[in-house]
Write a protein of this length. Structure first.
Lengths: 204, 208
């Protein structure tokens, strides 16, 4: 009898502790993947971004800080990408078309950042931009030439890039929103660009 | 007596060597390079080390541990929670990204999965063992199917085709284990679970 009571108590303890750990480790049973976790983290606390020198499709140098005071929508791509980046490009185009034209460039801008600076020179970036309908001003394409800066930027955004062994890359794709204060404020799935654009338009 | 002790020492040495070998950077990098190697080789091996280590404990010590918890059930629940944790895609990513989480993985799989399961196994009857088996097999199958059906990459650290192959392997393994377990029920014919436990134990610990 004593051992039964003990067993029940121990089982209850393990169950409570185990459930507690699972709850803590999955942000209250919402985030089972690292991708979901990084999104939940951001909503709680927007993340500061490291300084990085970017080079756009015309070879102009700039930094994310230049966009302070405006909202900035960011995606990460490489221009030879045949798969997910195409969806990203489409999503970006839909967002751009959905935003009020008057706000574009003034209150909100779009930026595609390449994580393959070795091959994505300004010419490739410009070609990628043309094929996706980017105007090169309100929607710019850029690369980060400095490897350390690029790594820091990818880490801050939570982008993991793995070479796929066939000359391409596999990477997590999403729509990132940098707030007016220059901090990363949100990450959204790329399969729902219209609701994202509508929400964004609502905050302008 | 001396011979038994010597055998036990040798086994403990071999287990310790296997554990250290698994922890060496080259082997870690090799096994963790693929999702299947990580989930279906490294993690089960770590749990198996704990399982085997428990068997090396003096019977007295094992009985004391069981008595402390009032029986086998709390240990089964503990092992279920701990093994479930390391099936979370997020936990796999975290282990690859952070040395601290990696260390926690190396500590918790033997201590919180293998060891409690080995402690509990001898005390479990046919029903208890059936529960552990079917619970484990269904978890494996469902997870494998999820990996196959997931429209997205669940682990940022692994490629989609690795996720696919890991998913397939898990489904196949689940089917194989189920057939194996079912077979053991019929072939074993029904005497005390002890008689046919040894074969299953090896399987169980190698795949838990």
């Amino acid at each position: 009898m004593a051992s039964l009571a003990r067993s029940v108590a121990a089982t209850a303890l393990v169950t409570v502790l185990g459930t507690g750990v699972f709850c803590w480790g999955t942000d209250g049973f919402t985030a089972y993947t690292a991708e979901a976790a990084r999104r939940a983290d951001l909503l709680r606390a927007p993340r500061p971004l490291p300084a990085a020198v970017l080079e756009d499709q015309h070879g102009r140098l700039f930094s994310l800080d230049d966009y302070r005071g405006r909202l900035l929508v960011v995606e990460f791509i490489y221009t030879r990408c045949e798969t997910i980046c195409r969806s990203l490009g489409m999503a970006f185009r839909q967002i751009r078309d959905r935003l009020p034209a008057a706000a574009l460039g003034r209150e909100v801008a779009l930026l595609s950042i390449s994580f393959d600076p070795a091959r994505d020179d300004p010419a490739s970036l410009a070609a990628y931009g043309r094929s996706h309908g980017a105007d090169g001003e309100h929607w710019r394409l850029a690369r980060v030439r400095d490897a350390a800066q690029l790594r820091a930027l990818l880490d801050a955004f939570g982008i993991v890039v793995i070479p796929d062994g066939r000359g391409g890359f596999e990477h997590n794709a999403a729509i990132h929103l940098v707030g007016r204060d220059g901090r990363l404020a949100g990450i959204d799935d790329l399969d729902a660009p219209v609701p994202f654009a509508d929400r964004l338009a609502g905050t302008l | 007596m001396n011979g038994v002790r010597r055998r036990r020492d040798a086994a403990a040495g071999a287990l310790g060597a296997l554990y250290l070998l698994l922890a060496t950077p080259p082997l870690r990098a090799w096994l963790e390079a693929t999702m299947s190697g990580h989930m279906l080789v490294q993690i089960p091996l770590l749990a198996a080390v704990g399982f085997a280590a428990c068997r090396l404990l003096p019977a007295r010590r094992q009985d004391a541990l069981l008595a402390a918890a009032g029986g086998a059930v709390p240990y089964v629940v503990l092992a279920t929670f701990a093994s479930g944790w390391w099936m979370l895609p997020r936990a796999l990513d975290a282990a690859l990204a952070s040395p601290l989480v990696e260390a926690a993985k190396f500590a918790s799989l033997p201590a919180l999965v293998g060891l409690p399961l080995a402690l509990a196994w001898r005390r479990l009857g046919v029903i208890g063992r059936g529960f552990v088996w079917t619970n484990f097999i269904s978890m494996l199958a469902v997870l494998g199917w999820l990996y196959l059906a997931a429209p997205l990459r669940v682990c940022n650290s692994y490629l989609v085709d690795q996720q696919q192959s890991a998913g397939w392997l898990m489904v196949k393994l689940a089917v194989l284990l189920f057939a194996c377990w079912l077979g053991s029920l019929f072939v074993g014919g029904g005497p005390a679970p002890h008689a046919r436990a040894s074969g299953c134990e090896a399987d169980r610990s190698a795949t838990s």
